[in-house]
Write a protein that binds this ligand. Structure first.
Ligand code: FES
Length: 646
C-alpha cells in the first residue's frame, strides 16, 4: 500500500505511514507526545486528537474516500459511555487512510503575565516525566513461579516497552494487594525524567487510574506561589500563594543568612518553616482543585539561591559573602519525601539549576520562560528584588550577573516607603508649573484630584509610597525640575511652593500634606540613585561583555516589574534605552518557567544546557563595575544617551 503523509500540529513533525497505521503509533514514531494511559484500549480517552484535514464527516466533506478511518466498535463504545466532542477522535483507534493533518490539542496555556490583561499566551507541548501505564498482568500460576512484581514488570515491558524498570522500595510490600484489588489490571505511574534514564515505578493503582497531577512552585523570599496542574491534560486546576514564614527570622535574604550564622538551629528552623508553608499551600491548591494530595506525583521548585538552599536543608552561610559559593548549582532531582513534602509517597521533586551564587533557579526559570536563548534579538531580563538578577543574551551567547540594588526599590530605606499593599501610593504625576502632585493609591479607583477620592482615602487611609510610586515620584521630580541631574533637591524652589521645605541642610518635597504627611527627602533620592546606579552598572557590565551598545528587548520579571512603568524606569536610567513597546512586564515568569519544566521534561534539559552555557559575571570582581556605578548615579546617567525616550 502507498504511504500517506501525516503532519502533526502544533509541532510540525511529519512522516509517511502505511495505510491502516493507528494515529497514536504514528505520533509515537515521530516523537510527538500524545497521552495514553490505557495503552490503546480505547478506555482512557487521553489520546484525543483533532483531524484538521482529510475527509472528516464533521466538516461535511464526505465525497471521496475518507482520510481517516470511521469509528470502530471500541471508539463508539467510548463515545457512548464517556462522550467525545464532535471534532475529537481517539488516536489509538483512528487509523490513517490518506494524507492527514492532525492537531494534538494542548490544554496547556502558559500565561506568564499575571497582572496586565494583554497577556501574552503561549502553548507549550507536553511531555511530562510521569507516565500512567495501564496493564493486564498475568495471574499467578503454580507452574510458573514468577513473582507478582516480576509479572507486572514483564507486562509493562511487553505493553509499554519499558526496559530496565526499577521499583520504588515503598511499593514492594504493597504490590500484591494492589494487583489483587485491581483483579490483575493496574495502572503504573512510571517516572522517567530523561529518555536515557532507567524508568522507575513510583506508584501503582488498582484498575485504570486516569489522572496524575503535578505542582510548580516559586519560593520567593516574601511570597511562595504555587500552581497545580494535571500532568495528563496540562490544565492548571488551581493557583495560590502564601507569605514565606521565614520573614519572622529576617525580612531580607542577608538577615536570614545572618540568622543561620548566629543560631545553631537557625538553618533547621527556617527549613522546617518553609516546608511547612509549602505543605500547607499544597493543601490549599488541592482543595481548590478538588483533588487528593496523594495524586500529586511530580513537583518542580524554583527560588533564589538562599531559598533554594534552605528548602533543600542546606546551610546558606557560604552565600553570605564572597566568593558566594553554592553548595550545588546543578539541577536536583529527588524523591519528594526526602525533603518532607506530603505528596504521593513516590512523588518526585525537580529543582531547576542555579545560575550563580547570586542568580538562582528562579532566574533560570525566568530565562526558560522568556527564552533569550531561543531568539536572535538581544534580550535583557531584569528581576528586581533586594538583588537584581540580570540575564542578557540571545541564541548565540548569554551572560548573567546580579547587582546589589538593596531594598530601596521595594520601599525599604525610604522614609515614606512601604510594600505594595492597599493604601500605598503607586502612581505620581507632578505639574511642572505649580509643582503640585496628583497620585493614585492601591485600592482606590480615582486619582487624588478626582471626585470621590477624598471619601475613599478617608476610609482606606493613605499610608506610604510603594516601589513603583517611588520610582515615579523621583522621575517626576526630575522632569519637573525639582531635582537636578545630580539628584539634588533645588532649595530655591521653596520660594515658589510650600511643598519644598528645608530639613537641616537639605530639602524635602511634600507629596502629601494631610496626616500622615508623606515627604520625599534628599536621603530618599540618594537611596534610589544608589539602587538604580547598581542596577544600571550591572546591566552595562553585561553589555560590555557582549560588546553591544543597545538591547532589542527588555523583560521585567517579578512583582516589582509588573507595577513599574517602563517609561519612568527609563527616565531614571534604571534600564538602557530601548523602544518602549519592546519593554514589557512578564509577571511571574519564574512560575511560568517552573510549569514548563513540570509539563515537559525536555524543558529541563533545555534550561540545564542553557545554564551551563550562560557566562557568569561576578560584579564585585569587575573593576569596571565601580566606574559604571559612579557614572550611573546621575539622572538618567552619564554613561549613555536615551534617544528613544524623546
Ligand atoms: Fe486510551 Fe486511546 S490510549 S483511549
Amino acid at each position: 500500500a502507498a504511504d500517506h503523509l501525516v503532519l502533526f500540529m502544533p509541532s510540525g513533525k511529519r512522516g509517511r505511514f502505511p495505510k491502516g497505521t493507528a494515529v497514536l503509533d504514528a505520533a509515537r514514531e515521530l516523537g510527538v507526545y500524545v497521552e495514553s494511559v490505557c495503552g490503546g484500549r480505547a478506555t482512557c480517552g487521553r489520546c484525543q486528537i483533532v483531524v484538521q484535514e482529510g475527509k472528516f464527516a464533521k466538516h461535511g466533506i464526505e465525497s471521496g474516500p475518507s482520510h481517516i478511518s470511521p469509528k470502530g466498535p471500541k471508539e463508539e463504545r467510548y463515545e457512548r459511555v464517556r462522550g467525545l466532542a464532535a471534532d475529537r477522535r481517539l488516536s489509538c483507534s483512528a487509523t490513517i487512510e490518506g494524507d492527514l493533518v492532525i492537531d494534538v490539542p494542548q490544554d496547556t496555556i502558559i500565561n506568564a503575565q499575571v497582572v496586565r490583561k494583554d497577556a501574552d499566551t503561549r502553548v507549550i507541548e507536553r511531555d511530562p516525566a510521569v507516565r500512567m501505564c495501564y496493564v493486564d498482568v498475568e495471574e499467578p500460576d503454580m507452574e510458573k513461579p514468577l513473582g507478582d512484581l516480576d509479572r507486572l514488570i514483564v507486562a509493562l515491558e511487553r505493553d509499554w516497552s519499558l526496559t530496565g524498570l526499577t521499583v520504588d522500595p515503598w511499593l514492594l510490600p504493597r504490590v500484591q494487594s494492589i494487583l489483587r484489588k485491581g483483579e490483575w489490571k493496574v495502572t503504573a505511574a512510571v517516572y522517567r525524567d530523561r529518555d536515557d534514564a532507567e524508568p522507575r515505578l513510583i506508584a501503582l493503582y488498582p484498575g485504570l487510574k486516569n489522572e496524575a497531577y503535578g505542582i510548580a512552585c516559586d519560593i520567593g523570599s516574601t511570597t511562595i506561589a504555587m500552581h497545580l496542574s494535571s500532568l495528563l491534560s496540562g490544565r492548571t486546576l488551581a493557583s495560590s500563594g502564601t507569605s514565606n514564614p521565614q520573614i519572622r527570622f529576617g525580612e531580607d535574604l542577608m538577615s536570614r543568612v545572618s540568622y543561620v550564622m548566629m543560631n545553631p538551629d537557625g538553618r533547621e528552623a527556617m527549613t522546617r518553616a518553609v516546608r511547612e508553608a509549602i505543605n500547607g499551600l499544597i493543601g490549599k491548591v488541592c482543595e481548590q482543585g478538588e483533588i487528593d494530595r496523594h495524586d500529586i506525583l511530580d513537583s518542580v521548585f524554583v527560588g533564589n539561591p538562599i531559598m533554594h538552599h534552605l528548602f533543600l536543608g542546606i546551610d546558606p552561610t557560604e552565600l553570605g559573602g564572597a566568593p558566594f559559593a553554592l553548595a550545588l548549582s546543578g539541577a536536583v532531582c529527588l524523591p519528594s519525601s526526602d525533603i518532607g513534602l506530603d505528596l504521593n509517597p513516590g512523588a518526585r521533586t525537580y529543582m531547576l539549576p542555579c545560575i550563580a551564587g547570586h542568580v538562582g533557579a528562579d532566574a533560570a526559570a525566568v530565562a526558560l520562560s522568556e527564552g533569550p536563548h531561543r531568539q536572535d534579538e538581544m534580550m535583557l531580563i531584569v528581576d528586581v528584588g533586594t538583588n537584581a538578577e540580570i540575564v542578557l543574551g540571545n541564541r548565540s551567547r548569554c551572560v548573567a550577573a546580579s547587582s546589589p540594588t538593596g531594598p530601596a526599590f521595594e520601599g525599604a530605606e525610604i522614609s515614606c516607603g512601604q510594600r505594595a499593599a492597599p493604601g500605598a501610593i503607586e502612581r505620581v504625576r507632578i505639574d511642572p508649573e505649580t509643582l503640585d502632585p496628583r497620585y493614585r493609591v492601591i485600592g482606590i479607583e480615582q486619582w487624588s484630584d478626582e471626585p470621590g477620592f477624598a471619601e475613599a482615602s478617608e476610609k482606606l487611609g493613605v499610608s506610604g509610597v510603594c516601589g513603583s510610586g517611588i520610582i515615579e515620584v523621583v522621575a517626576e521630580m526630575y522632569l519637573a525640575g525639582i531635582i537636578s541631574e545630580d539628584g539634588v533637591i533645588d532649595g530655591s524652589l521653596a520660594q515658589r511652593t510650600p511643598r519644598i521645605i528645608a530639613e537641616g541642610r537639605t530639602f524635602s518635597y511634600v507629596l502629601k500634606e494631610a496626616a500622615p504627611r508623606l515627604t520625599i527627602t534628599q536621603n530618599d533620592i540618594r537611596a534610589i540613585q544608589l539602587a538604580k546606579a547598581a542596577l544600571y552598572a550591572g546591566i552595562k557590565l553585561l553589555m560590555d561583555k557582549l560588546g553591544i551598545a543597545e538591547v532589542d528587548r527588555i523583560a521585567f520579571a517579578g512583582a516589582f516589574g509588573s507595577f513599574i512603568d517602563p517609561k519612568y524606569a527609563m527616565v531614571l536610567g534604571l534600564i538602557p534605552d530601548c523602544d518602549l513597546d519592546k519593554v514589557k512586564a512578564v509577571g511571574n515568569a519564574a512560575g511560568a518557567g517552573a510549569r514548563m519544566a513540570l509539563l515537559n521534561r525536555n524543558h529541563r534539559r533545555e534550561i540545564e544546557d542553557t545554564v551551563r552555557r550562560i557566562e557568569k559575571i561576578e560584579t564585585a570582581l569587575e573593576p569596571k563595575f565601580q566606574e559604571h556605578f559612579v557614572s550611573a548615579m546621575a539622572l538618567p546617567n552619564k554613561l549613555d544617551a536615551f534617544p528613544k525616550l524623546a
